[in-house]
Design a protein around this ligand. Structure first.
Ligand code: UT7
Length: 337
């Protein structure tokens, strides 16, 4: 026991839309093949929203699961952060929609936009509020509906991105738990590498509609791939060093699920077996800020995260934003702080 305050992940939950789109479905929509998608990305299928489902729908479902697991009334929440690049609206924040629907009457709510790095950034931000003693119960949710922003005629992006949400509850603990170390950074000079141009102040509402192609996600895939391999590896290395650890001491890596080949390159760089890297991209595609919390939930479900385990999460996304965290997986239960 130490007197230091940690921000423990004490409950979690995820939600994906019911509708599944397989690679074979995509073969009927664009010139692609199950073989190309599987070998180049590792994706086999993905979940996409149906009419009437939004980012807030998925965020809310994930949040409800986490709160039910913790048996915590929503009114006890101090803060809700929704990490998303695909909010319901430019404003108000999707977090406010979730706050109202949950009945989290005391909670502050805001969105955090760091694209695929959103959850890593969000966990880090929430941890600071707990460590200072300012807040006790925080929901961090990664939620996306990327299927609403891809061009379904562009095979270079529509086969990759998908929808989903994952939520974690952070609470204070004196036992070592949650984030032990982090490293994060941003490189705005890479803004054009992954971009969706419409929807913001550059296209004022009182001017003609933006060209259709500006309403979709554009990605310089190869360049992003190269940078992601380098940066996710370097960031993880730095975060692990800052925790005073060696990569071989990490029990499980939970990287952003953008491409299985990026994760394989990380494993090679660390000279570690793929068994140390959690991969579920085959069933979900790239769900951006939702990918790490969904993977975290599945890793627990599959018994791959034992209490006491050391976990390294790493992400890379539009911005460019990137970062890595080392976490002690110790979900409690803890006594009241
Ligand atoms: O989450 C945020 C971060 N995002 C990422 O980290 C994504 C990083 N990038 C990637 O994962 C990969 O670059 C992609 C999966 C996007 C593309 O894979 P690639 O191996 O880099 O393919 P490529 O762009 O070099 O394209 C190779 C070929 C091209 O044809 P030609 O020019 O060689 O004739 C493409 O037109 O594959 C073609 N191609 C496809 N073929 C069938 C591109 N997309 C497809 C497709 N189906 N869906």
């Amino acid at each position: 026991m130490s007197e230091q305050v940690y921000a423990a992940i004490t409950a979690w939950g995820f939600s994906v839309p019911e509708k599944v789109l397989t690679n074979h479905d995509l073969e009927r929509m664009v010139e692609t093949s199950d073989e190309w998608i599987r070998t180049r990305t590792g994706i086999g299928e993905r979940h996409v929203v149906s009419e009437g489902e939004f980012t807030s729908t998925l965020a809310l479902a994930a949040a409800r699961k986490a709160l039910a697991q913790a048996n915590l009334p929503a009114a006890e929440l101090d803060l809700i952060i929704v990490c998303t690049a695909t909010p319901d609206y430019p404003f108000p924040a999707t977090a406010c929609i979730v706050q109202e629907q949950l009945g989290a009457t005391r909670a502050t709510a805001f969105d955090l936009e760091a694209a695929c790095s959103g959850f890593v950034y969000g966990l880090n931000v929430a941890t600071q509020f707990i460590k200072t003693g300012a807040m006790k119960n925080i929901l961090v949710i990664g939620a996306e509906t990327l299927s609403r922003f891809v061009n379904w005629k562009d095979r270079t992006t529509c086969v990759l991105f998908a929808d989903g949400a994952g939520a974690v509850l952070l609470q204070p603990s004196h036992e070592q738990s949650g984030i032990l170390s982090f490293y994060s950074a941003s490189s705005g000079e890479g803004a054009e590498l992954i971009i969706e141009r419409a929807g913001g102040s550059r296209y004022p509402a009182n001017q003609p509609m933006p060209p259709q192609h500006d309403c979709y996600i554009h990605m310089a895939g190869q360049e992003v791939f190269k940078q992601a391999v380098r940066v996710m590896g370097d960031d993880s290395m730095e975060a692990i060093a800052r925790a005073g650890l060696h990569p071989s001491q990490i029990d499980l890596f939970i990287p952003h699920q953008a491409n299985v080949r990026i994760i394989e390159a990380m494993a090679k760089k660390f000279e570690l077996p793929m068994a140390k890297f959690f991969v579920n991209i085959e069933y979900y595609g790239n769900t951006s800020a939702a990918s790490i919390p969904i993977a975290l939930c599945e890793a627990v479900e599959q018994g791959k995260l034992k209490p006491g385990a050391l976990v390294c999460m790493a992400a890379f996304g539009a911005g460019i934003t990137h970062g890595a965290l080392v976490i002690r997986w110790n979900p409690g239960p803890f006594g009241e702080l």
